[in-house]
Design a protein around this ligand. Structure first.
Ligand code: C2E
Ligand code: CA
Ligand code: CA
Ligand code: CA
Length: 277
């Protein structure tokens, strides 16, 4: 480009940039328009090992494209994070989660909501959460769980521990997401006032055929228990892995074996069927 400037601009990069701009534009439009319709929040069951019943659910956001196609979070969460739109998006997801918790009442114990680093870094996050709970005094705040990852917090200068303590003081529970990936450490486990540890899928899958994985999970279960934390094994697809997890006394699990993320109405119908049985 003249002088000492060199531009490397491949077709691949061009496509990525365009996709990102597209995701951002769609997201802005969705948030400004009718987010309940265009950013539906789906739910995936979390089951208890002791009873096999659905005790909770994770709220997972989707985007409905104008064509009607449903996009997964991988297609718009990165753009949301980069642009800061994750803040209003995350608030929308929290509101929908609270709405469903009230709708489903005692048919569902809790809903777990992903909270991104950027959201947590906002000074307004805790006040927003406090206002949301204050607007719904009929909701037991411990039925709401916020999921955070360690990566999430690297690079932010907020006093994370203090902020998490404030969330806990509201009565909301905290879960460490993706535990056991390269991004989560024992330091994290001891520095965060968590109630729940979510074991990452990468370390749950194939457990029944891998004694080393089983040993690691056993150790994490023991550690979590001695720290007073509960555990959810994520990404359970294989009945043999579920069997192995139960043998290790893992208290609960989530994964395709029990149900994929589903639209709220579908999930609600499943809950009602479960109650009738
Ligand atoms: P995550 O928080 O680790 O959520 C679990 C992901 O694993 C979900 O993907 C879920 O559909 C998938 N999953 C569950 N069980 C199984 C299984 O048995 N096998 C396999 N292969 N996958 C399984 P999803 O819905 O595509 O979400 C991907 C990620 O997007 C989430 O990972 C989370 O990091 C992010 N995300 C989703 N919703 C939100 C949100 O509302 N806010 C924020 N900040 N992030 C979100
Ligand atoms: Ca999660
Ligand atoms: Ca996870
Ligand atoms: Ca994740």
């Amino acid at each position: 480009a003249g002088g000492n400037r060199l531009h490397i601009f491949s077709d691949d990069m061009r496509v990525k940039v365009l996709e990102r701009l597209d995701a951002e534009a769609r997201l802005r439009e969705a948030l400004a328009g009718d987010p309940v319709e265009s950013l539906p929040v789906w739910f995936q069951p979390i089951v208890s090992a002791a009873t096999g019943e659905i005790t909770g659910a994770e709220a997972l956001v989707r985007m409905r494209a104008p064509s009607g196609e449903i996009l997964g979070p991988g297609q718009f969460i990165p753009a949301a994070e980069e642009t800061g739109l994750i803040v209003p998006l995350g608030e929308h997801v929290l509101r929908r989660a609270v709405h469903r918790l009230l709708e489903w009442g005692d048919q569902l114990g809790y809903v777990s909501v992903n909270v991104s680093p950027r959201q947590l870094a906002e000074v307004d996050f805790v006040p927003m959460l406090a206002n949301l709970l204050a607007a719904h005094p009929e909701l037991d705040p411990s039925r709401l769980v916020v999921e955070i990852t360690e990566t999430a917090l690297l690079g932010f200068s907020v006093d994370v521990r203090e902020r998490l303590e404030m969330i806990k003081a509201l009565g909301v529970r905290i879960a460490l997401d993706d535990f056991g990936t390269g991004y989560s450490s024992l330091t994290w486990l001891q520095s965060v006032p968590a109630d729940v540890v979510k074991l990452d899928r990468s370390f749950v899958a194939g457990l029944s055929a891998d004694p080393r994985k089983a040993s690691i999970i056993q150790a994490v279960l023991w550690l979590a228990r001695s720290l007073g934390m509960s555990v959810v094994a994520e990404g359970v697809e294989d009945p043999a892995d579920w069997e192995a997890l139960r043998e290790l006394d893992c208290p609960s699990a989530q994964g395709y074996l029990f149900g994929k993320p589903a639209p709220a109405d579908e999930f609600g119908a499943k809950l009602r069927r479960a109650v009738k049985q």
